[in-house]
Design a protein around this ligand. Structure first.
Ligand code: GAL
Length: 528
C-alpha cells in the first residue's frame, strides 16, 4: 500500500511543473479559517436587488464583538436602519441604484463597506445563501425546528457572513396518508386554501419570527398534485397558493416537479395550447409550462420571492430557467455524499456557466456537511462521510461556481469544523462576487484541475483541485489564466497573503483537496 501511494505521489508530482517542492501538507487538513476578530468586519454581498414598492428586509452581515453600532450613508429615505441590530427595513424605493456605505463600530474598532441597493426587477443579484431543512429533518420538520434553525443562524455566526434564508422543504402540508397522524388531514380548506399540518400551527407567526431576526423565510411546493413526499401539491391552485404564501410572508419558493410527471404524460388540461404532452415524450414546452405559470404569478405578488426551480435539469433548464422567472435551478438530481459524485456534478454544473449571471444561478444542490442524512435515506442525521479535505473542495467548488450556498445539515449540531467550512468570509466573497461569474474548469491532467473565476475588482479566484489519493504538486501559471505580470496572491482559506508572484504559483495540494487563491493586481482584494 505504501509503495502504491508513493508511486501515485510520484505520478502526481511528475505531472506538475513546480520548480521547488513545498513541504507536503498533512494528509487531512484541520481548521484553516481564522476565528473572527473582535473588531467589526462587514461581510456579505456588496450588491442587493429588490423590487420597487415591495417590503424591504436586509440584515447587515457583520462579524465582531457585540454590541456593534451600525450606521449607513446614502440609505434611501424609504428605508430605516436599526443601529443596534443592523437590520434594514422599509419599502424598496423607485427604480435605480443606490450606493450606500455601511459602517459598523464597536469597542475594538470600526469598518465600512460599499453596499449597492439595486431597485429593479432583478432579485438574487448574488447567489442565495441560507439553510434548508431537507437533509436533516426530512418528514420530521416542525415549526419549532424551523425557529431553532433561525436562532442558530444568528448565534453560530452564519448570518454574520451572509446566510439569510431559512427554508422549509417538503412535508409541511397535509398528506392523504402518512405514518405521522399529525401530518394527515384535509389538503385544502373549504375556500381551497392549502392547509399546513399540525406541526405548523401558524405560518404567519413563523415568518414573523424569522423576519424579526432580519432573516428571510422559504417554502416548498410542487406543480404536481402531490409533492415527492406525498403531501399536497399546488396543481390547479397555483395562483391561490402563491398568494397564500406571499400573504404568509414567504420570501423564497422551491418548486419541485415530482408528481407533475403523470400530468406531463397525460396532458395538462389547463394548457391545451402546449404541444408535446405524452408518455416519455415530454418536450421543452411541457417542461417549461408549470414553471412559466408559477414564475409569472410570483412576479405579480407585492413581495420579493426568489423562485427556485427543482426539476433535476430536465429540458436543459439552465437555458430557459431565467426566462420563466427562475432565480436558480437545480442542474441535477439529489446529491449524494461521494466525492466522485460531488466532483462530477460540479464539473457538469460548471459546464453551464454561460447561463450563470446575477439573478440566474445554476444550482448543484445543497451543502451537505456536518451532521446530515444521505440523499435517499431519510434517516436521522449522522456525521457526513466526506473527509475534511473533500469538504474544503466541496465548498470551494460551490463558491467558485457562484452556486447558491444552502446548507442542509443539522443546525442544532454544528461543530467547529463545519462552521470553519461554512463561514469563511473570504471564500464567501468569491461566491457572492457581484460579477456573478461561474468559474471555468481548466483540466491539467487526469487527476488535477483548476477552476478559475473572474472577479468584479479585476482579479481572479482560482482553485487548485487534486483528485489524487496523495498530495499533488500543482502550479498555476498566469498565462493559463490569461494574466500577465506580477499578481498578489492570497490564500483565502487561511486568509493569508502569500506575496507577489511574477508568472505562476506552485502549491502542494492535499489529497482530494484544494488550495484556493485570490489573485489581484492591487491590495490583495480584501476589500475592507
Ligand atoms: C426531491 C428534491 C429534494 C427534496 C425532496 C423532498 O425531489 O430534489 O431536494 O426537496 O424532493 O421530497
Amino acid at each position: 500500500m505504501k509503495h502504491h501511494l508513493a508511486a501515485l505521489f510520484a505520478l502526481c508530482s511528475a505531472l506538475s511543473m513546480a520548480a521547488e517542492t513545498p513541504a507536503p501538507p498533512p494528509l487531512e487538513l484541520g481548521i484553516l479559517t481564522p476565528k473572527p476578530g473582535s473588531a467589526p468586519r462587514l461581510n456579505g454581498p456588496t450588491i442587493h436587488g429588490a423590487r420597487p414598492g415591495n417590503p424591504f428586509l436586509y440584515r447587515i452581515a457583520c462579524q465582531g464583538l457585540r454590541p456593534v453600532q451600525f450606521s449607513a450613508d446614502g440609505l434611501p429615505s424609504s428605508l430605516q436602519l436599526d443601529p443596534g441590530t443592523g437590520i434594514i427595513t422599509g419599502t424598496t424605493p423607485q427604480t435605480g441604484t443606490y450606493r450606500v456605505t455601511l459602517h459598523a463600530k464597536n469597542a475594538s474598532g470600526e469598518a465600512s463597506r460599499l453596499f449597492r441597493i439595486v431597485a429593479g426587477e432583478t432579485l438574487a443579484l448574488t447567489p442565495p445563501m441560507g439553510w434548508n431543512h431537507w437533509y436533516t429533518h426530512y418528514d420530521r420538520i416542525t415549526d419549532k425546528l424551523m425557529r431553532e434553525a433561525a436562532e442558530v443562524m444568528i448565534s453560530s455566526g452564519m448570518a454574520d457572513v451572509g446566510y439569510q434564508y431559512v427554508n422549509i422543504d417538503d412535508c409541511w402540508m397535509n398528506a392523504p396518508a402518512n405514518k405521522d397522524p399529525l401530518r394527515v388531514g384535509p389538503l385544502r380548506d373549504a375556500q381551497g386554501n392549502m392547509v399546513p399540518n399540525k406541526h405548523f400551527p401558524d405560518m404567519r407567526a413563523l415568518t414573523g419570527f424569522i423576519h424579526g431576526k432580519g432573516l428571510k423565510a422559504g417554502l416548498y411546493t410542487s406543480p404536481g398534485r402531490l409533492t415527492c413526499g406525498g403531501f399536497a401539491g399546488s396543481y390547479g391552485h397555483e395562483r391561490q397558493d402563491a398568494e397564500l404564501y406571499a400573504g404568509w410572508g414567504f420570501d423564497f419558493l422551491k418548486y419541485d416537479w415530482c408528481s407533475y410527471d403523470s400530468i406531463a404524460e397525460n396532458g395538462d388540461p389547463k394548457a391545451p395550447e402546449v404541444p408535446h404532452w405524452g408518455k416519455g415524450g415530454a418536450k421543452l414546452p411541457v417542461h417549461k409550462y408549470p414553471y412559466q405559470l408559477m414564475g409569472g404569478i410570483l412576479k405579480q405578488q407585492k413581495r420579493d420571492i426568489i423562485f427556485n426551480l427543482c426539476q433535476y435539469g430536465k429540458g436543459n433548464v439552465w437555458e430557459w430557467g431565467a426566462e420563466v422567472g427562475g432565480h436558480s435551478w437545480r442542474t441535477a438530481g439529489d446529491l449524494g455524499f461521494e466525492l466522485n459524485r460531488i466532483t462530477e456534478v460540479a464539473l457538469k454544473n460548471a459546464g453551464y456557466r454561460a447561463w450563470s449571471k446575477p439573478g440566474s444561478w445554476n444550482d448543484p444542490d445543497y451543502i451537505q456537511i456536518g451532521q446530515i442524512g444521505n440523499a435517499n435515506g431519510m434517516g436521522q442525521p449522522e456525521p457526513c462521510p466526506i473527509s475534511p479535505n473533500e469538504q474544503y473542495s466541496y465548498m470551494s467548488l460551490w463558491s467558485l461556481m457562484a452556486a447558491p450556498l444552502i446548507f442542509s445539515g443539522d443546525m442544532g449540531k454544528l461543530d467547529e469544523f463545519t462552521i470553519n467550512i461554512l463561514c469563511n468570509p473570504e471564500v464567501i466573497d468569491i461566491n457572492q462576487d457581484a460579477l456573478g461569474q461561474c468559474g471555468c474548469v481548466v483540466v491539467l491532467n487526469e487527476k488535477t484541475y483548476l477552476m478559475v473565476k473572474d472577479l468584479e475588482d479585476g482579479g481572479k479566484a482560482v482553485g487548485l483541485f487534486n483528485r489524487c489519493e496523495v498530495p499533488a504538486e500543482m502550479t498555476v501559471a498566469w498565462s493559463v489564466l490569461g494574466l500577465t505580470g506580477p499578481m498578489q496572491v492570497r490564500d483565502v482559506w487561511r486568509q493569508k497573503d502569500l506575496g507577489s508572484a511574477n508568472s505562476s504559483y506552485p502549491a502542494v495540494v492535499p489529497r482530494h483537496g484544494v488550495v484556493m487563491l485570490r489573485l489581484s493586481k492591487g491590495d490583495g482584494g480584501k476589500g475592507q
